[in-house]
Design a binder for this molecule. Structure first.
Ligand code: F6R
Length: 367
């Protein structure tokens, strides 16, 4: 049942190229997003003024990436909210707004309640769900299934990557509807997205060894930090959650620019820092934060593009995990892979079963 893999987690990491392909291919027609069967056309979405994305855990992190991409391409303001917060704080959503609910299981109690509240307040709801026929899928106004197939391991991997893929397709469609990108630009983006399964496969094939090695260095760590800016920050949230849930190492993610507002006081030689730097324009900024933590003794693991690695001065990072440069906006799809693999091997090295971390359930149907 594990197809020759020792754990579902690593099996599902390896299934990601296929999961992305299966999810996006039926939703592309003549080189453009095709979401009509999900109730989405440029006509049905062109008038939304505000978007709120509501979810929990990893699904919420997919929403964080979605926020950056939608705001950047479609120029619509996007709020991301944790479902358990949204539902108890009289949120400002109503007629004319879109609320997107992201959920692998489609049964998360807080996410379901948040969706019902959004509907009650008159907002339209779009669910991005993996489990067929689940409650959230049934009750939403519009529905895009992620076609990742059943996800067995508790830490979400292939569901997350397909949630990202769907967020991109939706953002492209919205940008077309809002006329903030041309048809030609949209086709270019869609074409870049179709190349991601291959890019993810390349990263799996080429990063496993280095991640395995770096994981041996984290076995005895008590606490570590993830840093990044922009999309890299959204991604480091997910990297941090993945690591803490399967390794039981305390970890937090910080916007790199926020370090000097308090967090840097935590840094010493016993607190490794995992920095993510894939966004060309802000790489120098993130690298300057890397230099700061390094000078305070931190061991630095840098996940960056090959282009960034080539320009790196000696000694800036202790370990560099390189990923190929693809379209800038799409980088989270490939950059998440080494973070997942690193979490997996750290878990194994600490003698933990990553598929069943203590105290966690695959589907959280109680609040
Ligand atoms: C982390 C993880 C959880 C879920 C969260 C939401 O790896 O799996 O954080 O993402 O419990 O679950 P769904 O997506 O089923 O609503």
């Amino acid at each position: 049942e594990k197809g020759g893999y020792p754990h579902f987690m690593i099996k599902e990491i390896n299934e990601q190229p296929e999961a992305i392909r299966t999810t996006i291919m039926p939703r592309i027609k003549e080189g453009l997003p095709f979401l009509e069967e999900c109730g989405i056309t440029t006509e049905t979405i062109k008038d939304f003024k505000n978007i709120t994305i509501v979810a929990c855990g990893t699904a919420m992190h997919a929403g964080m990436v979605g926020k950056y991409v939608i705001e950047d391409l479609a120029r619509v303001s996007v709020n991301v909210d944790i479902a358990s917060e949204f539902r108890y704080r009289n949120p400002i959503v109503g007629e004319g707004d879109l609320v997107i609910i992201i959920s692998q299981s489609g049964e998360t109690a807080d996410s379901l309640a948040a969706m019902r509240l959004a509907k009650q307040k008159g907002a339209k709801t779009l669910a991005i769900v993996n489990a067929k026929g689940s409650s959230i899928a049934r009750e939403a106004d519009m529905l895009i299934y992620t076609l990742a197939g059943p996800e067995i391991s508790v830490p979400s991997t292939k569901a997350y990557i397909t949630q990202l893929s769907v967020m991109y397709l939706f953002a492209f469609e919205l940008a077309l509807a809002k006329e903030t990108i041309s048809t030609a630009e949209c086709k270019r983006l869609v074409s870049a997205l179709t190349k991601m399964p291959e890019a993810v496969q390349y990263v799996i094939d080429n990063c496993e060894e280095i991640c395995k090695f770096v994981a041996t260095k984290l076995v005895a760590t008590d606490s570590l930090l993830y840093i990044g800016r922009g999309l890299d920050y959204a991604l480091s949230m997910e990297g941090s959650l993945k690591l803490k849930e399967v390794s039981y190492i305390h970890s937090e993610s910080y916007a790199a620019g926020e370090l000097k507002h308090g967090t840097i006081s935590l840094i010493d030689e016993d607190v490794p820092v995992i920095a993510v730097a894939t966004q060309t324009g802000i790489i120098p900024k993130t690298i300057s934060n890397v230099v700061e933590v390094k000078s305070r003794g931190a061991k630095v693991i840098l996940v960056c593009t090959d282009a960034c690695a080539r320009e790196l001065k000696d000694g800036v990072a202790d370990y560099v995990i390189e990923i190929p440069h693809t379209d800038e906006l799409l980088m989270p799809i490939t950059a998440v892979v080494p973070l997942q693999i690193l979490a997996y091997y750290t878990s194994i090295n600490r003698g933990i079963d990553p598929d069943k971390p203590k105290n966690l359930a695959k589907s959280v149907t109680v609040e």
